[in-house]
Design a protein around this ligand. Sequence first.
Ligand code: SAH
Length: 256
Amino acid sequence: MNRPFDYGDKVLVLDNKQRRYLITLAEGAEFHTHAGLFPHADVVGKPEGVTMKSTRGASYILMRPTLEDFVLEMPRGAQVIYPKDLAPICMLADIGPGVRVLESGVGSGALSMTMLRYGADIIGYEIRDDFLNRARANVKSFLGEGVLDRYNLHLRDCYEGIDERDLDRVVLDLPEPWQVVPHAMEALRPGGILVAYTPSITQAAQTRDAMANRAWSGTRTLEVLHRGWHIEGQAVRPDHRMVAHTGFLTVGRFLG
Ligand code: SAH
């Protein structure tokens, strides 16, 4: 990871107004803005953190994108789950190396790439083949071809059932997760965990209803509030604006 930039690398370019551009270094290519250009070839061999000057004197800072950067900048089909929820989902679902997860829907692959990064082995059900291809392309683009061994996507409606058995986890981001709860009870192993992300509290409540039986333990619903702070000299206070809502996280442990 700690090596100079080379062709094929993804690079996050920041201008002096903190505008962000995600590029992939390619032979013969140039980075263009209204403030001039620099050739990609000039970046090859430079370390992360380097400042590049454009032909018209603008300066840009170059770094490799983090997973958070990539999720925010990558091409999207479906709406993605945001970083503030991605990491808590992995904690609630106890994602780790070798954990077998059924994920549905797959959407743009933001949650997939986060769980793959944590080491999960994913079976993904998605009803739209354009999204399925988008997700696979995003995952491959950020994590490399090698992880595709742990990322098996199927064009399937998850409301119709889950074929796999003895799954460790079922992680859901689709409109009616309560329809999947009975299938999860067939597919999870005892001790397995279900997590559902839902924008509306009524969806969370309906999912909780479906889980309100003795097969489930420790069922709970929560939301993650993320308030940034402005810190500049003596001016130290919360930011005036925040994202007030994304989604609710519902989790429960399956007893068998
Ligand atoms: N978590 C994803 C976004 C998922 S958006 C991310 O972080 O990128 C919700 C997805 O669920 C959409 O792609 C939609 O096509 C899919 N979907 C909706 N109903 C479904 C169903 N019954 N079975 C499988 N996928 C479904």
